[in-house]
Design a protein around this ligand. Structure first.
Ligand code: C2E
Ligand code: MG
Ligand code: MG
Ligand code: MG
Length: 284
């Protein structure tokens, strides 16, 4: 009987792997056509200051729609990273975002773009970005690049060098999904990053788990000590918002303020949708 069960398990496991491999193959094949077929577009998610309640910038988020189906970046970015396609896709993102936002972005707003680990460590990244900024007349001091802790710990010495080159151009650096990786908090100081983005997992747990609340508090304390500004991502409720304000967090990004939106909406909604209710929350 036991033998039979195991055999069944293996078959099931086998099928699962086959399914995963097929899905992966389909994604990789699909990605080859995605740029030429115009299947990518960018959405922009507003960020607000918790001090002034005002819009301070946007994060650019890649969207892929193929054969009428939407595929999440969480499902395809890592495939592109492993296959190497991310270099080409990442370049497309940089060009697209910088050129379409250049005429729109106000001078007191910032624009954040995600870099995958492989893209971040790419040899010609700095000259490529520098050339793009010049060609598109995009002010370097309004650009922020988001890298994850993994991109940093995978090659710390190189990461320090790369960040320092990018900072020489005037670009800001944010550490994305902070708290989920393994970066040593002490070595963080050597990085010269400008912002930490607290991962949404911890924000989600605010007021649910004391441990996570303490962790958020700790990150904020640490950041203040190191002169880093902090953005909380994935803020969904007023309760989380108030808590973060109370704890002295600098800025938020999340559904409670605004969802990611297509560029047309960024253009139109500056006064209505992006109106920030935070200032009122203080009194009421
Ligand atoms: P991320 O950089 O941490 O981006 C934040 C993610 O949280 C986005 O997911 C955003 O849509 C989502 N989000 C924002 N507010 C809320 C909220 O209130 N609640 C919840 N539950 N989620 C919220 P998205 O757009 O699906 O992107 C997932 C990840 O894919 C990103 O995480 C980033 O790591 C990666 N990614 C997206 N665009 C790019 C890109 O252009 N290049 C690279 N290399 N990676 C990208
Ligand atoms: Mg990000
Ligand atoms: Mg993040
Ligand atoms: Mg993430």
């Amino acid at each position: 009987h036991a033998k039979k069960l195991r055999k069944g398990d293996i078959t099931f496991y086998d099928e699962q792997i086959r399914e995963q491999l097929t899905q992966r193959y389909n994604i990789e094949t699909g990605l080859k056509r995605a740029i030429d077929q115009h299947e990518f577009h960018i959405q922009y998610q507003p960020q607000a200051s918790l001090k002034t309640g005002k819009l301070i910038g946007y994060e650019a988020l890649l969207r892929w729609q193929t054969a009428g189906q939407f595929i999440s970046p969480d499902d395809f970015i890592h495939v592109a990273e492993e296959s190497g396609q991310i270099e080409q896709i990442g370049l497309w993102v940089l060009k697209q975002v910088l050129s379409e936002m250049q005429p729109i972005l106000a001078s007191d707003q910032s624009l954040s773009i995600n870099l995958s680990p492989r893209q971040f460590h790419q040899n010609n990244l700095v000259p490529v970005i520098s050339n793009l900024l010049n060609k598109l007349h995009f002010p370097a001091n309004q650009l922020e690049l988001e890298i994850t802790e993994f991109a940093i710990v995978s090659n710390f010495e190189r990461a320090i060098a790369q960040i320092s080159e990018l900072k020489k151009l005037g670009i800001s650096i944010a550490i994305d999904d902070f708290g989920t990786g393994y970066s040593s908090l002490i070595r963080l100081r050597e990085l010269q990053a400008d912002r930490l983005k607290i991962d949404k997992h911890f924000i989600n747990q605010l007021n649910k788990s004391d441990k996570d609340e303490q962790l958020v508090e700790y990150i904020l304390m640490l950041a203040k000590n190191m002169n880093l500004s902090v953005v909380a991502e994935g803020v969904e409720t007023q309760v989380q918002l108030s808590k973060l304000r109370e704890l002295g967090c600098d800025a938020i990004q999340g559904y409670v303020y605004a969802h990611p939106m297509p560029i047309e909406k960024v253009l139109k909604s500056e006064h209505s949708v992006l109106f920030c209710p935070l200032a009122e929350a203080k009194h009421g």
